[in-house]
Design a protein around this ligand. Structure first.
Ligand SMILES: Cc1cc2nc3c(=O)[nH]c(=O)nc-3n(C[C@H](O)[C@H](O)[C@H](O)COP(=O)(O)OP(=O)(O)OC[C@H]3O[C@@H](n4cnc5c(N)ncnc54)[C@H](O)[C@@H]3O)c2cc1C
Length: 828
């Protein structure tokens, strides 16, 4: 590689220090934002190393749309707002303008489903402080006269949104960082990492090593291959990304708002008195799966006119005059995409103190400020101060870095941005990567599968003679609604079989296993042998890190089960905290199938396939023991996540089919049904059972999450987070709590992000929802901020409603589960 001269002068001037507290790798919008925020939070001993010139990766050619509307994630919406405000005030601080033009932004809804989506989103965004208005087609025309509006149902307008200049933003952030003492060095590529004792200790460059406490990989589309040199998994992939710039068009000037028309794959903004027409095509093209060339700087890719022409034409028809204007440039540049369209942020599970902020999925400019701030807090405080469950790097698995996986999945990712975001839609590419040992049996039972952390998870089952397929995605009741309902009722009245083999399972063994698990668990987990305990793992701040069960198999062996998405987080949490103790974690997820038999007739069924006594007296709730089933030995745990009498069976993978067959055969006598994950969601939601990463997250205190009952404050030796829980209690009654919300009208459906109101005032939003077939309406869990002590009396004193799209519905709200609040059914 020929090194740029800037580096030579920097180096000659002795600019490359031998040590820094933090080394940031990459000088795009993300790297400069991380450096800026570290410095502003007081950590000024920071060096930013850029291989070539600042912005030379992806940032230089971004369109710079600044949009706060559109996400139902509180984290993303707050990051967007913060970023916009930051870019507005940076010039004052640094003297360098960011090119922010708050010309306004309009999202078009041209079909009923998108109208429904944007109405739902705008209600939520307003709750988050985004001033979004639904406007008529006529008003769209007034704001953007060149747009065709004959088919427009409505626009969603944010006056303060607009665009920024990505290069100017980056330069301003870099200057802001420099002014605080950060060293920003161009022309210095990082070629490797220094490591010691499971932690990163610095970086290698052609000019020498820099030792550091922390390293942050902000290398954009290079981040994956750079991370791999340190054994860090960053499964992102570059893809072609396009915009076209027209020659000047009469009537267009810099005051034109940004217009987005996802149904036509395009967005529009002014550029040089012409139009920039950006595209998000539904089927996209990954670029350089084998690896990004090291010397690719300020690079462009040759546009694929043939592939893009149909999308381009469709987009241009929205602003017909663009079809007549001359083309100044059809630009194609690479941007990084991730398997789930969420960024990759946080500390690598493989290497302590190695942080990553990459994979921005085409919103790196508009979220860049927020990402930088979040990561700086994460590093300096030791944990993030916002909900990071969706973007945490530890949600990703190493198989997702395989070239074939990346090439396959990325085809879908970019297009997802402009899809209608139907609830429950599953990714369709790179499927079949992981299947349960009984998968083929579930296929025979007409399971409809969805992607569950890469596993094929049975979502629902079609009745005999019906093909398991989603006929039409929608916001209403889809074709499988009655099948789901039947599975739900079968669980409440009979018995069901549910394959949960995707759950994360760990065997924790060793002399210190009990002591160490006790130290990280808020509940008492090292009590009697053969007892399962529901517990949370907390950080020092008393907020949630994990929500799982621990079963004591014997004094030196424990069985830890967490949800699929918490797999690596739970595993890393144990490994890091156990450190040198005699406690060893083995991931046995693939070694055991998990089949749940649940429902009032579950005892009858399991008893019929084993010689063991499963009576309530012999095998009470929360006990675990090995039982015989046919020729197999099975770990049987009497526990439920559905709110009924039930058992979870952990079966050696090679005996799973055998046990499954025995259960199904015996099931004929008791009316056994198969039930899928849709039923799991409705059943657990009626019971108010939490799901980490969905309705509870890393920002919630265990008390606010309503899980105080699972905290053993007085246990000997305490536990991580105990002091924070005590401090929270000492402050007085809670003012923020997770509540259950049930719509009294059986018709409307809730999914996520619906605004909850008390006496007409917004107090929170639904984090996750489902349909409560036993309760008779949509039911969800919402975190509510009362601003005063929040107890049932305060709840009962209010009139509760939920805003769904443009309509408001009455609701019942409760701190206790509305279904079987006294747990009678699970103790039968
Ligand atoms: C056509 C197009 C339009 C877009 N429009 C928008 C938009 O409107 N709004 C929006 O928000 N986003 C948009 N984006 C996305 C946005 O550009 C990216 O999300 C963002 O620029 C990513 O920033 P980054 O810092 O992660 O990556 P980069 O800008 O690529 O920065 C990474 C840097 O790391 C450096 N580097 C790599 N390896 C090393 C190494 N070994 N040592 C030192 N340095 C290294 C690279 O040289 C590079 O400068 C668009 C993208 C494209 C392609």
């Amino acid at each position: 590689m020929t090194l740029p001269s800037v580096a030579e002068s920097d180096r000659a001037a002795g600019a490359l220090p031998g040590r820094a507290r933090v080394v940031v790798v990459g000088g795009g919008v993300i790297g400069t934002s991380v450096a800026y925020h570290l410095a502003h939070l007081g950590c000024r001993d920071v060096v930013l190393l850029e291989r070539d010139k600042l912005t030379s990766g992806t940032t230089w050619h971004a369109a710079g749309l600044m949009v706060t509307f559109g996400s139902t994630s509180e984290t993303s919406t707050q990051m967007r707002k913060y970023t916009r405000d930051l870019y507005r005030r940076l010039e004052e601080e640094t003297g360098l303008a960011t090119g922010l033009k708050q010309v306004g932004f309009i999202e078009l809804a041209t079909d009923r489903d998108r109208l429904e989506e944007y109405r739902r989103v705008s209600a939520f965004n307003r709750l988050c402080g985004v001033d979004v208005q639904e406007i008529s087609p006529g008003e769209v025309k007034e704001l953007f006269p060149l747009a065709r509006t004959d088919d427009v149902l409505a626009g969603f307008y944010v006056q303060d949104d607009g665009r920024a200049n990505p290069v100017d933003v980056t330069m301003s952030l870099a200057k802001g960082a420099r002014l605080q003492g950060v060293k920003v060095l161009e022309g210095v590529p990082v070629t490797g990492f220094l490591r010691r004792g499971g932690a990163v200790t610095g970086v290698r460059t052609p000019y020498g090593d820099i030792e550091s406490e922390y390293v942050v990989n902000c290398a954009g589309m290079w981040a994956r291959q750079l991370g791999a040199t340190a054994g860090v998994n960053i499964p992102l992939q570059a893809a072609e990304h396009y915009y076209l710039i027209t020659e000047p068009i009469d009537g267009i000037d810099g005051s034109l708002p940004v217009l987005e028309d996802p149904a036509s794959y395009g967005y529009f903004r002014e550029e040089g008195a012409g139009l920039m027409i950006g595209l998000f095509e539904p089927i996209c093209a990954p670029w350089r799966v084998e690896g990004i060339p090291e010397g690719f700087s300020f690079g462009e890719l040759p546009p694929d006119w043939d592939r893009m022409a149909p999308y381009l034409e469709t987009a241009m028809e929205r602003v017909p005059i663009s079809l007549e204007a001359g083309v100044r440039k059809f630009f194609c540049g690479p941007e990084s995409f991730t398997p789930d369209l969420q960024p990759v942020v946080g500390e690598a599970p493989e290497l302590r103190n190695y942080f990553v902020a990459a994979g921005l999925n085409s919103i790196g400019i508009l979220t860049g400020g927020g990402i930088g701030r979040a990561l700086a807090h994460w590093i300096l405080d030791g944990r993030p101060n916002i909900d990071v469950t969706a973007m945490d790097i530890d949600r990703l698995h190493s198989y997702q870095s395989n070239p074939e996986y990346r090439a396959t999945r990325t085809v879908e990712s970019l297009g997802m941005v402009y899809q209608c975001h139907y609830p429950g839609r599953s990714m369709r590419t790179a499927r079949g990567a992981k299947v349960s040992p009984v998968h083929h049996r579930l296929v025979e039972h007409r399971a409809y599968f969805k992607d569950v952390s890469g596993w094929e998870g049975a979502d629902w089952y079609a009745p005999e003679g019906v093909e398991p397929k989603v006929e039409k995605l929608s916001w209403g009741r889809q074709n499988w609604f009655p099948y789901w309902e039947a599975e739900h009722h079968a669980t409440r009245t009979g018995v069901i079989l549910m394959d949960m083999s995707f759950m994360s399972k760990f065997l924790v063994q060793g002399r210190d296993a009990g002591r160490e698990l006790e130290r990280i668990s808020a509940n008492r987990v090292d009590g009697d042998t053969g007892i399962i305990t529901y517990t949370q793992w907390l950080n020092e701040g008393g907020t949630l890190e994990a929500d799982l069960t621990v079963t004591k198999l014997d004094d030196k062996r424990f069985w830890v089960v967490a949800s699929d998405s918490a797999h690596r987080h739970a595993e890393t949490w144990m490994r890091r905290h156990f450190a040198d103790a005699h406690a060893f974690v083995t991931d046995v997820t693939s070694a055991y199938a998990q089949i749940n038999i649940q429902g009032p007739r579950s005892r009858e069924l399991v008893t019929s396939v084993t010689t063991q006594d499963l009576s309530n007296e012999a095998f009470p709730f929360r006990t675990a023991r090995e039982i015989d089933v046919g020729f197999a030995r099975v770990l049987c745990i009497r526990i439920t996540y559905l709110g009924e009498l039930g058992y979870e069976l952990y079966i050696p993978a090679e005996q799973a089919v055998h046990v499954y067959d025995r259960l199904v055969e015996a099931g004929h006598a008791v009316g056994l049904r198969h039930a899928g994950l849709k039923a799991l969601s409705s059943l657990r939601m009626e019971k108010g059972y939490r799901d980490y990463g969905h309705d509870i997250d890393n920002t919630d205190s265990v008390l606010e999450a309503g899980l105080g009952f699972a905290v053993a404050l007085g246990k000997p030796g305490g536990f991580i987070g105990r002091d924070a829980v005590l401090a929270k209690k000492a402050v007085g009654p809670l003012t923020r709590r997770l509540v259950q919300v049930l719509l009294t009208d059986p018709e409307p459906l809730m999914f996520h992000a619906e605004v909850v109101r008390r006496n007409g005032l917004p107090v929170g939003y639904v984090r996750t929802a489902s349909y409560g077939f036993s309760l008779g309406g949509a039911v969800g869990l919402a975190m509510v901020d009362a601003g005063q002590p929040l107890d049932q009396a305060w709840i009962d004193d209010g009139e509760w409603t939920v805003e769904i799209g443009a309509t408001t519905y009455p609701a019942a709200v409760s701190l206790r589960p509305l279904y079987d609040p006294t747990n009678e059914r699970i103790r039968m």
